[in-house]
Design a protein around this ligand. Structure first.
Ligand code: TYM
Length: 334
């Protein structure tokens, strides 16, 4: 008797800079625990990284770093398919077809597009506007059941669901409508200097984001200088966004509840609380960084992972693409 196939997860990160604690807590940390239960596709979405200004050599460096960090975070390449979006034919092809089913108004309404395009001096290219359609193509090309992401990607996921439904309605049932999977703890890690904004790879001030490869000294310095308030009480409250963010990080990294942390640190003062958080982060990231340093040196291994990942992904991608082309009325190649 054949086994029922596992449900499929697909999710990825852009190699547009060094991965942050936000990427880890909101996303990658949770992917590693899904390997047994799901068939997992983890593209590194390098085509998305060129929608804003970039330096080609940096993109290549960040792509290798991202790959080694995926693996160091526990994404076992034996149990998942890790690949580069640019190495699989189908993402951009499907994206074109889906873009012909997507009203431009929907793309203009995307919060991430509005944020990025309104930055002073931003050059707004068509790729930035079409970014969410390419993301929908990434997901639908593999018929993903679930997409684990941080909260900032919720709107893009909603759009991917609408696009899938529109395609199914226009042609005929083809795509699964993917479900978002957003973690309870760590879904939105905020900037350490401005807790009204999410922590991001592209933050200009280095004090805003903890990078996964930061040294222990840098981690402690960033946590100790994180913006708080003039009060002294360690408590989760809307009027204390800086402390709320630190509590959220502490809880996500240790698995302890916020109430438990409030009980321990409520009256201890911000200095003690921040130092304890820095200790926890440093201890948590140390084994990861050690693994990373070994992996990043081994380019033969990394190329092998990408080759295997791309082979599996390509076979799936061609299968979906053939079906989509047929439904859309294109003549099959003889
Ligand atoms: P990217 O590279 O910006 O982020 C990768 C993942 O990290 C999550 N994340 C956060 N979570 C919590 N707090 C934060 N401050 C934080 N910052 C980032 C993101 O939600 C994401 O899960 N558009 C995607 C890349 C993408 C994709 C896809 C994802 C392209 N195609 C298909 C899933 C499926 C992005 O911007 O990732």
């Amino acid at each position: 008797m054949s086994e029922t196939p596992k449900p499929l997860i697909l999710t990825g990160a852009k190699p547009s800079g060094e991965l942050t604690l936000g990427n880890y807590l909101g996303a990658i940390k949770n992917w590693a625990i899904m390997l047994e239960e799901y068939e997992c596709f983890f593209p590194i979405v390098d085509l998305h990284a060129i929608t804003v200004g970039y330096v080609p050599a940096e993109l290549r460096k960040h792509t290798y770093q991202c790959l080694a960090q995926y693996i160091a975070c526990g994404l076992d390449p034996q149990k998942s398919h890790i690949f580069l979006q640019s190495q699989v034919i189908g993402h951009t092809e499907l994206s074109w077809i889906l873009s012909c089913l997507t009203p431009v108004g929907e793309l203009h309404r995307m919060t991430q597009f509005k944020d990025k395009s309104s930055k002073p001096g931003a050059s707004v290219n068509a790729g930035l506007l079409f970014y969410p359609v390419l993301m929908a193509a990434d997901i639908l090309l593999y018929n993903a059941d679930r997409v684990p992401v941080g909260e900032d990607q919720k709107q893009h996921l909603e759009l991917a669901r609408n696009i899938a439904q529109r395609f199914n309605h226009t042609y005929s049932e083809t795509f699964k409508v993917p479900e978002p999977y957003i973690p309870r703890a760590g879904a939105r890690i905020m900037s350490l200097q401005d807790p009204s904004r999410k922590m991001s790879k592209s933050d200009e001030n280095p004090g805003e984001a903890i990078l996964l490869l930061d040294s222990p000294q840098a981690i402690r310095k960033k946590i100790l200088s994180a913006v708080t308030d003039s009060d002294t009480e360690v408590r989760m409250a809307p009027e204390k966004p800086g402390i709320a963010n630190l509590l959220n990080i502490f809880s996500a990294i240790t698995g302890r509840s916020v109430e438990d942390l409030e009980r321990e640190f409520g009256d201890s003062g911000y200095g003690t609380f921040k130092n304890a958080l820095a200790d926890a982060l440093i201890a948590h990231l140390e084994p990861f960084q050690e693994r990373y340093r070994e992996i990043i040196e081994d380019k033969t291994f990394l190329h092998g992972v990408l080759k295997e990942g791309a082979e599996v992904a390509q076979a799936r991608a061609f299968k979906t693409l053939r079906k989509v082309y047929r439904k859309a009325g294109f003549v099959e190649r003889a």
